[in-house]
Design a protein around this ligand. Structure first.
Ligand code: PEP
Length: 249
């Protein structure tokens, strides 16, 4: 197990100036000195606001939900890793299944995005995971290994600097959670793949994501190869998110 767990909240395309402020004030009031690393990933439009609200404290870091695969130039709508860095972004979610599904992101795009993030000093949170159909066809291991392998291939020895998030697509936003045993099984596969690529695989944090909540977090986070959580819905409710943070070692 990696030394310090990471709990990251993916706000997705939710929030607004007033809601963000209320959520962060509640988080900051309740978080104390967490026993794990904590990050929130607001929509890009609110990075400056959230950076301001997080100023002067170290309990909660700032994350982004995506990063461009390009450095700069004529890429309308994209936000580059160096731009994210300008706003104090420490983590960037890369290859979330919603982006793979709706924005057509491929394993190659994801691998390049990881490279851009690392070059800017941002820790990418690389999402991998199978659909329900792929699970039913017995393809889970093949799919997650293929997705991670593209990232390893392009990023070589830097791979020990990433965070991986195993997010079964069928568990995201559905209320269906992988059982701790099912999740651990896939995490062990990912750990073995990392071990074959780097001698520092033990320090790579492998998060679980997919309907993690205040009630199921402790059991998931107790699994030997689960080093934290990527939280969607429950990250928008301060008491729930704080309970998950409290459940992390
Ligand atoms: C996610 O979107 O990364 C996620 C895990 O969502 P949820 O917790 O809502 O399933």
């Amino acid at each position: 197990m990696a030394t310090k767990q990471l709990i990251a909240g993916n706000w997705k395309m939710n929030g607004g100036l007033a809601a963000n402020q209320a959520l962060l004030e509640a988080l900051l009031a309740g978080i104390g000195q967490p026993g794990c690393d904590v990050a929130v990933c607001p929509p890009a439009a609110y990075l400056a606001q959230v950076q301001g609200l997080l100023a002067g404290q170290e309990a909660i870091a700032l994350g982004a939900q995506d990063v461009s695969q390009h450095d700069n130039g004529a890429f309308t709508g994209d936000v580059s890793a160096t731009m994210l860095r300008d706003f104090g972004v420490r983590y960037a979610i890369v290859g979330h299944s919603e982006r793979r599904q709706h924005q057509g992101e491929t394993d190659v795009h994801v691998a390049i995005k990881v490279k851009r993030a690392l070059a800017a000093g941002i820790t990418p949170i690389v999402c991998v995971g199978e659909t329900l159909r792929e699970r039913e066809e017995g393809m889970t291991e093949f799919i997650v290994k293929r997705q991670l392998s593209a990232v390893i291939h392009l990023n070589g020895h830097c791979i020990s600097e990433i965070v991986v998030a195993y997010e079964p697509v069928w568990a995201i936003g559905t209320g269906k959670t992988a059982t701790p045993g099912e999740a651990q099984q896939v995490h062990a596969v990912l750990r073995a793949q990392l071990k074959a690529a780097t001698e520092h695989a033990e320090r790579v944090r492998i998060l679980y994501g997919g309907s993690m909540n205040a009630a199921n977090a402790a059991e998931l986070l107790a699994q030997p190869d689960i080093d934290g959580g990527l939280i969607g819905g429950a990250a928008l409710k301060a008491p729930d998110f704080l309970k998950i943070v409290g459940a992390a070692a």
